[in-house]
Design a protein around this ligand. Structure first.
Ligand SMILES: Nc1ncnc2c1ncn2[C@@H]1O[C@H](COP(=O)(O)OP(=O)(O)O)[C@@H](O)[C@H]1O
Ligand SMILES: [Mg+2]
Length: 512
């Protein structure tokens, strides 16, 4: 359980500020966490953050306090997000990159190169037990469009959500990086692409949000488990107010869009600080691309750090005050970071919390056993591992949703099988009908054949009599007597035939 870590950073007074407004500063350092702030109207405020980095602070201090714990967690499959916020010129990019991304000055190196070093160092420590892959992607959000900084032709990347990956950038270029040098080279090419895009669109980097994503995959080969951690760094566009820029036309539109997305960020933070997400407490993540990308970071499965960058001078006091107020609100967000994988059920952890975890684990399995047989539970467990669904014992709901997914898929395939069977039955019915027709025709032919056969037999019998009559002689009394004993029809026929003068040969051939 962790709140968002919120820090404030004041950069040194710039030569321009000193020249234009003198070096009056608006902050009074109280301790490492607290300071007094006095604005142009001499109004005083006291702010407390997790840590305050004053003008003389080192880049290494910022990294160690704000980023290092998150980097270590990312290697252990806990998502992390680091955001720099503040007006243009407040030191966001300097904190993120340093004077330049490839800067070799150990003292001046920014968060990004230090994060890269930290990731590879942490991986090295755990390399004996796992195989790691790190993939890097870089996008820029400008005028509510997400642009791939590794492939400028992908200028409208969609943000999607899946059960396994959470929020992700669909189709974004991911570069596998094998060592820090390679990662820095890729970052440098992404930053160079950003400049190309900026020139093409005639805009400045301070008018877009830049998002760096490190996807860390851990293959625990002996345990046949895969764990994924995602580390996102965001260098936000300048937070200065539209009115103050005196902008017109396209620049005004840009400023409005930035303001809208930063307001959306503020609204999400407000909604999150008003209580836990529920139906009644809607969190408007979908109001901007920025909040959608940061959805997991702010409200869900992520360790998040916010660095509020400010100028220390009185001339920028009102912008600094709004930055600090933003940070103060963010401090109240409660976020829960989780491990993105199925924990080994045989690994017993020490301490009281493991008891609850084990109990929950058993409760989930019992629930499943009630509905499925042991073989199905085992299969389901394997499926979770294969698909990388995290098996968080605290989240019965997630597990049930995953179970519903599997059930739905099974129902779908069963429905398909039933549909196929219905089609087969219809075909068989049709064939059966055709066969019945043929059968009927055959029967009719058979009956006709039988009738004709019977007729032949009858005629054959009559022919015998006819022969006898002919032998005896038609006009003899015996002939008449025999003839009168025959059945009506045949008798008539014989008589008619005989009277007509037919010879017996003719009669026989006509009947056969
Ligand atoms: N902590 C710092 N130490 C020294 N110079 C700084 C520091 N922070 C910012 N600067 C300088 O101030 C100027 C503006 O900083 P930058 O990071 O570009 O601002 P942003 O990204 O917020 O617009 C740059 O010239 C930068 O080198
Ligand atoms: Mg910048």
């Amino acid at each position: 359980m962790s709140n968002i870590t919120v820090c404030a950073r004041f950069r040194p007074v710039s030569s321009k500020e000193r020249r234009d407004h003198g070096d009056t500063i608006c902050i009074q350092n109280l301790d490492a966490e607290t300071f007094n702030f006095k604005d142009e109207k001499e109004e005083e405020f006291t702010f407390s953050f997790d840590r305050v980095f004053y003008q003389e602070s080192e880049q290494a201090d910022v990294y160690e306090f704000l980023a290092l714990p998150i980097v270590r967690d990312a290697v252990n499959a806990i998502n992390g997000t680091i955001i720099t916020y503040g007006q243009t010129g407040a030191g966001k990019t300097y904190s993120m990159e340093g004077p330049s991304i490839l800067c070799c000055d150990e003292q001046k190196k920014g968060l990004l190169p230090r994060v890269v070093d930290g990731l590879f160092k942490s991986i090295k420590v755990s390399e004996e037990t796992a195989k790691y892959t790190i993939k890097l992607s870089m996008v820029e959000i400008y005028m509510e469009k997400v642009r791939d900084l590794f492939d400028l032709s992908k200028d409208n990347i969609q943000i999607k959500e899946s059960k396994v990956q959470g929020i992700f950038l669909s189709g974004v270029t991911e570069i596998s990086v094998l060592d820090p040098a390679e990662a820095l080279q890729s970052l440098s090419s992404g930053i160079a692409n950003r400049a190309v895009g900026e020139t093409q669109m005639n805009m400045a980097s301070s008018r877009s949000h830049c998002v760096y994503v490190f996807a860390v995959q851990q293959d625990l080969t002996t345990e046949k488990r895969v764990r994924r951690g995602k580390l996102i760094l965001v260098d936000l566009a300048g937070s200065e107010k539209v009115e103050k820029t005196g902008a017109e036309g396209r620049v005004l539109e840009e400023a409005k869009t930035i303001n809208k997305s930063l307001s959306a960020l503020g609204n999400v933070i407000n909604a999150l600080t008003c209580g836990p997400p529920s139906k009644a407490n809607h969190i408007p993540y979908r109001d901007s691309k920025l909040t959608r990308i940061l959805q997991d970071a702010l409200g869900g499965n992520s360790q998040t750090a916010l660095l509020c960058c400010c100028s220390p001078t009185l001339s920028n006091a009102s912008e600094s005050l709004s930055t600090l107020r933003f940070g103060a609100r963010a401090k109240h967000i409660k976020a829960l970071a989780r491990v993105n994988c199925k924990e080994d059920k045989y690994t017993k952890k020490q301490g009281a919390s493991s008891v609850t975890e084990d109990e929950s684990h058993e409760r989930i399995l019992d629930k499943l056993r009630g509905r499925l047989d042991a073989k199905d539970v085992k299969l389901l467990e394997e499926l979770f591992i294969l698909e990388g669904i995290f098996f968080d014992p605290g989240s019965v709901e997630d597990l049930e949703l995953a179970y519903e997914d599997v059930t739905l898929r099974t129902i779908c395939s069963l429905q398909q099988a039933v549909e196929e069977l219905v089609i087969t039955v219809e075909e068989i019915k049709r064939e059966n009908k055709d066969l019945a027709g043929e059968n009927k025709a055959l029967k009719a032919r058979l009956e006709a054949a039988e009738r004709s056969d019977r007729l032949c037999k009858d005629v054959g019998g009559n022919m015998t009599f006819l022969h006898r009559i002919l032998d005896i002689g038609f006009f003899s009394p015996l002939g008449w007597f025999i003839l009168s004993c025959q059945e009506g029809g045949m008798k008539t026929t014989s008589l008619v035939l005989h009277n007509a003068g037919f010879q017996e040969n003719n009669i026989e051939s006509g009947l056969h």
